[in-house]
Structures are given as C-alpha cells and as structure tokens.
Design a protein around this ligand. Sequence first.
Ligand code: SF4
Length: 661
Amino acid sequence: FKARVWELNNVPSVCPHCPVGCNIVIGERAGDIKRIMPRQNEWVNEIWMCDKGRFGHHFVRAEDRLTTPLIKGEDGQFREATWPEALDYVANRLSAVIATEGPLAVGGIAGGRAANEDLYLFVKLFRDVLGSPNIDHRIAWPVGTGIEQAVAEVGLTSESNLNALGKGATILMLGTDVNEAQPVTYLRVRKARRSGAHVVVAQARRVKEHAEATHTLDYRVGGEAHAVVALLKAVLARLDEPFGAYKKLDGKDDVLAALEALSQEDLLAQAGLTAEAVEAAAEAIASAEHLVVMVGREALVGAGVNATTLVDAVVALLTATGKAGQPNSGLVALWPHNNTQGANDMGVLPHLLPGYEPAEAIGADIDAMLTGAAGLKAMYIMAADPVRDRPSSRAVLENLDFLVVQDLFLTETAQLADVVLPAAAFAERDGTYTSYERRVQRFDEALEPPGDAMPDWWILAQLASRFDAAWPLYTLADDVMQEIAKQVKRYKKMTYDNLEGEPVVWSTTADRHHIYTGTATLNSWFGRQWEVEAEARRPKFALRWHDLQAVEDAEGFRVVPQTRLYDNGTLIRRSTLLDQRRARPEVVLSAADAERLGVQDGDVVRLVRDGVQVEAPARIGKGVQPGVVVVPVDVDGTEWNALTGGGLEAPVVRLEKGAQA
Ligand code: SF4
C-alpha cells in the first residue's frame, strides 16, 4: 500500500465479482487502485465484503490489459489498429456475411460481467441493426430451465431485504455453495439463522452451509428435482388451502393433478431421502412467515433433464404457500456473474426481449451457437471467454468466417478472433449492474482506461453508426440509461440521479402491476421502494409443469462440479493475493469408494470419459456419496474442464488408480 489514506480519491462503486453486488469504495491515487473498502448500506452488504471483492481488483491495472484494437492479418498475427479502422473493418466483414448468408448467420454472446448499458445496446445492435435474434449470455448457466422468467415472476419483491430475515423466515438453499461463490450471502444466511430463521440445506455434497442448517436434505446426485417435488407434495399436504391466496392462477389445477399422480414413496426413493427429513423440512416451509428459495447452479446441473421441473416446483412452492409477491419472500437465483440478472433484464436471450417481453423472432441459444448447430458464419463475443468455459466450442469458433471479441484481455477466445476490441474495466467507466435481488446499482468512473480501451457501450454505438443505424448520439453511459428507463418497463423511472445512493429494486409481477396502475406510494423509510396492497400482489402468469423423468443409475462415478470462482477466473486469477483460493485439480471421493479401490489420500487417480483422461490427486472427503466424485471446475486446463463438464453438466466418468498410486 503506497499511498496515505487521506491522499486517496474515494469513488463509490459496486464489486464486479459476484451477483451480491456489494457496495464498495475504490481508493484511487495516481491512476491506480490502492485499496477497495466496503461502502456501508442497509440493503446489500451492510459493512461486509469478501476477499474476492477486496483483493480481486488487480486485473484492472494488469500488465496484459488490451490497450488498442487488434486486427489479425493473413499471416495469422495481430497488428495494432485505430478505432475507426477496426470498426470499419468489423462493419464491412459483418455486412459481407449478412449480404451473402443472411442475418441469421450472425450470432452474439455477451457475458454477464458487462454492464446493463452495454447489454442493452448489444441486444439493440443484434435485433434492430444486424437483424439477428441469435443472442445469449448463459455461458456459465444451463439453458432451458426457465429460471430467468421464474425470477421475473416470483423473485423477491421490492420490499424484500435478505438482511431482514430472521425469526419466522425459512431459507431453502438448493444446490448452493454460497460460502465459496457469493460469500456475503453466506454471512446473510448465518445472520438469519442466528436471528431465528430456519435454514434448509438441500445439497448432494457437504458444504459449509451445513453448519448453519436447521434441516438438511442430502439428496442423491441426479435426484435434485425429485427432492424438491417430494418437498412440494409434503408442503401441500400441510396447507389448508394450497394456492389459496392466488385462486385464479392459471395452471394450478394441472400442477395439483400432476403431483397427485406421483407417488411420494417413489419420489423419496429417487431422491435418496427419508420421509422424516422431508416432512421436517416441509413443516419449516409450510409454517414460515417468509420463504426465500435460493437456487444454485449445482442444483440445476445435477438435476439434468429434470432441471425445468425443479424450477416449476420452486415456483409452485412459492405460490402454493402464498409467498410469491410478499415482502422478504421469493426466488433468488445465485447467478454465475455479477450482472447475469441485468443480462436477463436487458433481453440478452434468444426468446425474450428487454423487460421479459416475448420475442416474435426467436434465435439460436448459446448451446446451438457453440456446438455449431446454429450454423453461424460470424460471431461477436463481448465480455465472455467460451473457449475456457466450454472448451469444445474452440473448433466451432475456429471455423467461423469472422469472429470479433471485445474484452479486457487477449483471452483464449480472443486469440482466435479476427478483430479484438479493447474494453474499459468497471472502474474506468460509469454504468449499472443489477444484483441477484434485482437491485439496480450505479457505479462511477474512478480512473482512466489504459491506452485506447473504451467502454463497451461506446464501442457498440460506434459500430452501429457504421450501419447507418438511426441511434441517438450516446455520449455518456447515462444517455443509454435514459433510453433503458423508457424502453424497459421494469426499469421505468430509473435515472442516474435517483440511482445515486440507495439502490433501486425493480419489481416482480405483483408490484409491477402496482406501479403500472400508478397507485404506488413511496415508502418513506425505504425511499424508493413501493408499498403494495394485497390485491396487487397476485402473480399474473400461468404455472408450468414438466413431467419428471426417472433418475438412471450411473455405470461409473457421477461428477459433482464444485464451483469456486464463478467468473472462470478471467478477472480473479490476475490477483496474486488470491492465488491460494484458485481451484486446482483434485478428485474428492467417499471413504467407502476409496477403500474399495484401494486409494489413499493424496494418491493419483485417473478420470476417464469418452476417450479423454486426466489425472489428479485424490482426497477422501466427508459427506461425499458413494458413486460420486466432487471436482473443482474453475481450474486451468481445457481437458479437465471438458472431461468434468465445466460446471454445466454432471457427467458419468470412470475412476481408476493413477500411474503413481
Ligand atoms: Fe464482491 Fe460478491 Fe464478495 Fe460482495 S460477496 S465482495 S459482491 S465477490
């Protein structure tokens, strides 16, 4: 630390590392970040923050930041270019692809670490200018579960405050490891537990949250959805009038009929749970005054083909108990990136427009784009590194006629690009992120970007101007936000001025209705939160239900992916102070399997799948189920990630003793 505290220029900002969105202060001096401190507020992080946020800022001034646009020559080497040259080149090449192959030959991926302003213009560029609906952000999240919409329907209301949870509340944590991925969430859960809340930890492996659990549902891997459905049935049996608060909710009779046809005994067997454990958790849920359901990636990945039913069951649980639309209750998706919620809100999705309006033109999703099924000829990738997250996409990206990558670094994906555009980091520009509670939070520029790096929104606007798009002249990020406030209903009334200080929460179904009818009154204590009458709280959507498929017994070991860093390390791994937190390959297995295979702690074991094999030290872990291996997924090494599913699947692998065992 080479500056005195009183010499620092303190700039309010928001942590860019996870969707909690801790409020921070950047201590800047001489164009460098000297320290990051938490910024006190009632709603988000009180005065807490974690080591990732405090020490994970070195990427901003990393020596390998991109400082100038790069164009790849015929010799395969990058050469530096000016902005006009690079943008003209991108526009010409994209136009050429569209002219010969049509707009659907172009696809875009924008990662959830970009700001709302960037994501909004990304969607506008694709849908309005290039004419392609092939856009997606779900690089680190399973596609097709419907959870984006579920959050918009039964997410926390604008009066909700996770910090206020205590006696009378039940928190159901499904497949989460928040202590690793979103540490301040763990502090909130712990605080709630100590204030009298029930905490139901539903997990396939031992996590730190077990220490805070009042109830545990240690389901078997693959039985995640069955566990939630069994829980739902047990809760419904305890309610005098299920869905009583929302009598007219479409689809509820179908859900009740589908549940009626399922045998609780079968569900428990598939989930690997005892009736006692489920009944006890159901009692805590049915009797709760407030109910928060946190869904982690592991739950959806483990559930596999049943992930959609798991989401259906969570929505049914929140509506059947009458908790949807109520303060301090609702669904929280523990998204992979700091602004995944914003990416959903801004419509970086092939089937939804900004603000969750259904799209007429439905595009290819990220799976179709990255497996080659979409047949794309050109791609534009912003703030995402698919080669690292999904190693099998390398061949598809290499085969494109044209690839543009816009990022802070020459990532593995950027190395394959024809043009690389240097973006400004969060501390070098203004913008907004939306947290997993749907709090829209403003952050301000604290220092200049290096070299010619520019904010993502600026780059996109400059590119659009080369297509003669009739876009307004955006000179500040605020200009883009003003348009968002007009075009995205759920962001209505938000301006940079009223986003200063207290964060604004956008509304779910219930209070959105309230705002639209214009009868909302400001609550003076919470400043920008809305008082909602009971009538307005009723959700306005149809319940969905997808049938459950039986859990198949695995011939081999099922992988449970364990996430540590979540942003695939692009930002965090540039902090030497956090090096000890980086995931390294290891295979955690049960004592029973270790004994059966003759494996000791520290022995090298081999994982084999589809002709690929990797070796790593074994560790005998407490609470690991027989037939399961727990592996970290954010490690360096594409073979490891490809074999273990990169956190997006729970594949079955063969486990053998390794060469040195
Ligand atoms: Fe940043 Fe998340 Fe840690 Fe808060 S909990 S400091 S948002 S990484």
